[in-house]
Design a protein around this ligand. Sequence first.
Ligand SMILES: Cc1cc2nc3c(=O)[nH]c(=O)nc-3n(C[C@H](O)[C@H](O)[C@H](O)COP(=O)(O)O)c2cc1C
Length: 197
Amino acid sequence: MSFHENNPKKIFSDEWKELQNAVKDASHDYHLMTLSTSTNDKPDSRTVVLRHVDKKNYLLSFHTDTRSPKYNQLKNNPDVSILFYSVNKRTQLRITGNASLCKDYKLLESKWMSMNKNSKECYLGEIAPSGKIPKGEIINKVVIEEKDINPLTGIKNFTRINIKIASIEILRLHHLGHKRLFCNLEKNPIDYQWLAS
Ligand SMILES: Cc1cc2nc3c(=O)[nH]c(=O)nc-3n(C[C@H](O)[C@H](O)[C@H](O)COP(=O)(O)O)c2cc1C
């Protein structure tokens, strides 16, 4: 990626490549994203892992527990804001979109079956995510025992949320002048607009 690149389509497609790379590469700056939802008109943000990108349909996906507050917030209001920042590339992606639940149960099952024990345990806590832990305890107990050999235990709490992207704003910082490109994906073809930074 070059600072001298001024072609909006090229900049847009380069950023999608970075997002695609980030799914597989845990050390990529875009592997983690800040997801903001709203609850009673108040913003709520947290970090989640980028699990899948689909450039053709402008989708980003993450995994979560169906018992978590964010899941219920998204059911009430699917509008989200997502933020990525690459320290290495000095680039911020500011995304707006709309969340929906993955209904592809075959895919969910295959993702679940490919997860290791530690990852599965994130969905097997006795207390739902963000619930209060009783006095005298610190760590949420896992409700699975060695004798429980059913590999699908816990899958009922596991889901994938897909975000249909409405817009991406790409801000590239540079000492010679920051470049800020707004990409409206709701227009066909995409509407590109340079913004002051
Ligand atoms: C590095 C990092 C990665 C995380 N990844 C996820 C994730 O992919 N999915 C998820 O539901 N929570 C993830 N979390 C936990 C959330 O940030 C959050 O604490 C938790 O899901 C409860 O959020 P809620 O109360 O808003 O639902 C991650 C936290 C960190 C620090």
